[in-house]
Ligand binder design. Structure first.
Ligand code: WA2
Length: 281
């Protein structure tokens, strides 16, 4: 292969990879903005109104009809902040008890029902899901603070006021790695310069979206009809020494990959797309 065609091949790969990375990033950003808007909707119609102008059925209908606004998401849900002192009253009111997240039960039983889960052990506070899009109805009543990744996200979201992302982990009722995006919902309009303390105190709940990354990236790349040409991998590279593969098959080695940066809006997480030609020239 001449130096010239080698260079051209490299440039082609770079532009294809950049295009795919940009598409993925843009679609993620679109859905992030809509999840943010949903958090404001909950704040307005649930916490801002007496009596409540939002219930599970309304949330379900609304989120189904607006699902097209949140590309790449597999579902959205709202978890309420419940202090231990309010637990008994809350459970009576709901007619169900707060359950502990159990990844074993959740992935083994495809017909998972929350009734199979243990009651949440005593904690100072909980984050049970009270509203869910139909696609993730299996997480209603589960304490999101009882899952490691969800808990970290909740704590980071409410202290920062920003949308935050988990590292990749196995979502409930899914066999793939996914990520969760969380926005805190506050009971007052906080000034932009509010302290962490003020934010934590004003927190009333958490609006989250789950992303089943492999199936959603697959769908996206499918639209581009280049799957025979290039192999795409997506990594969480937050820990540079231990990247986590979120999408793609084992690399069939055809030389160095093109690496395109991905920005999913949470500065404490880093992501990259790696692209390779599937065939040697
Ligand atoms: N949503 C869907 N599947 C999951 C999951 C989750 N979290 N965690 C594990 N599997 C209600 O941040 C608040 C959604 C968590 C939001």
């Amino acid at each position: 292969l001449s130096e010239d065609s080698k260079l051209r091949r490299k440039e082609t790969l770079a532009s294809m990879c950049d295009e795919r990375a940009r598409m993925l990033q843009d679609q993620f950003n679109v859905s992030l903005n809509h999840v943010h808007a949903l958090a404001i909707l909950v704040s307005t119609f649930y916490h801002g109104k007496e009596p409540w102008a939002l219930d599970q059925q309304t949330f379900e209908d609304y989120t189904e009809k607006t699902a097209f606004e949140r590309p790449l998401t597999s579902g959205v849900a709202y978890a309420l902040r419940v202090l231990h002192s309010e637990r008994e009253k809350f459970e009576k009111q709901q007619g169900w008890i707060i359950r502990k997240m159990d990844t074993e039960v959740q992935t083994l039983g495809q017909d998972l029902v929350p009734e199979k889960l243990e009651p949440a052990p005593v904690q100072t506070e909980y984050a049970p899901v009270i509203f869910a899009q139909k696609t993730v109805s299996h997480i209603v009543s589960i304490d999101m603070m009882s899952g490691k990744e969800d808990r970290e996200n909740i704590l980071r979201a409410r202290a920062s006021g920003k949308g935050v992302l988990t590292s990749p982990f196995k979502l409930l009722k899914s066999n793939h790695l996914g990520v969760v995006l969380t926005f805190a919902v506050y009971n007052t309009d906080l000034p932009p310069e509010a302290t962490r303390e003020q934010r934590i105190n004003a927190t009333v709940g958490y609006l989250g979206a789950s992303y089943d990354v492999p199936s959603l990236v697959e769908k996206l790349l499918h639209q581009l009809a280049s799957k025979q040409t290039i192999a795409v991998n997506v990594y969480d590279t937050t820990d540079k020494s231990a990247p986590i593969k979120m999408y793609g098959d084992a690399a069939n080695d055809t030389g160095l990959p093109r690496i395109s940066q991905l920005d999913f809006g949470d500065p404490s997480r880093k992501h990259e797309m790696h692209c390779r030609f599937k065939q040697k020239p």
